[in-house]
Design a protein around this ligand. Sequence first.
Ligand code: NAP
Length: 249
Amino acid sequence: MPATPVALVTGANKGIGLQIAKDLAAHDLTVLVGSRELDRGEAAAKSIEGDARAVQLDVTDQSSIAAAAERIRDEFGRLDVLVNNAGISHAAAPGRSMEEIVQAGRLSAASLDEIRSVFETNVFGVIAVTQAMLPLLREAPAGRVVNVSSSGGSLTLNSDPTNPHRAMFGTYSASKAAANAVTVAFAADLEADGIKVNAACPGFTGTDLNFFRGTRTVEQGAREPVRLALIGPDGPTGTFSNEDGPLPW
Ligand code: NAP
């Protein structure tokens, strides 16, 4: 097994994922920059100081996922950290405002096609990539999985009638709630293998996902996912947190 630990970050060609990749490379990991468009991944990898390589990876495409897993085994021989970061807030063609997207994401209005597309990336994509990388993660001395989630997906926070954001709980938030459930399921399933699986909320971060309305920088947004990617043997599993501490499921 090569000496340097290897991390794969999905959707790492921009936004929070790119910053997570930069931070993990700064911690001397070899970082695989997952990108559904290889050329965008290559450009992103070039912008990273340290050992970063692009890997074509569309989390909704089983053949792309299988090819990435095979390439990682053949070329790098190990995988220690998987950050499931790729995500979408809506599935429609560009051109809608954020308000239109939020309105269209309400379950009373959203089409099943739209809901399926969002779940395909944010939920089934997480399951599919994790499953495909499991043989490598199981061989790693300390396998770690981080799912980039959102406090917007917290069932507890959104069940509180005084929460002003609860009207926005729609397709995207429901997908993040499902991704949280997937985190708990994998954490329990993989505990005996020593693989720690946690969900991290980056906070409201300025990226394409929210038309750069987010108030946090990508450097801030990346902190909690990166912390959980690097936890030691005493670190938690099956948790949901942001930079300030635990979040309610
Ligand atoms: P972003 O800048 O839009 O980045 C999203 C990334 O996911 C892009 O690299 C995108 O690739 C990739 N992606 C989308 N669909 C994919 C697919 N099928 N296969 C592979 N990659 C795919 O958004 P972001 O804010 O950095 O989002 C990163 C994560 O943080 C997401 O899971 C999001 O839900 C979560 N999050 C964000 C915020 C926030 O305020 N920004 C808050 C809470 C949680 P392309 O460039 O090819 O589209």
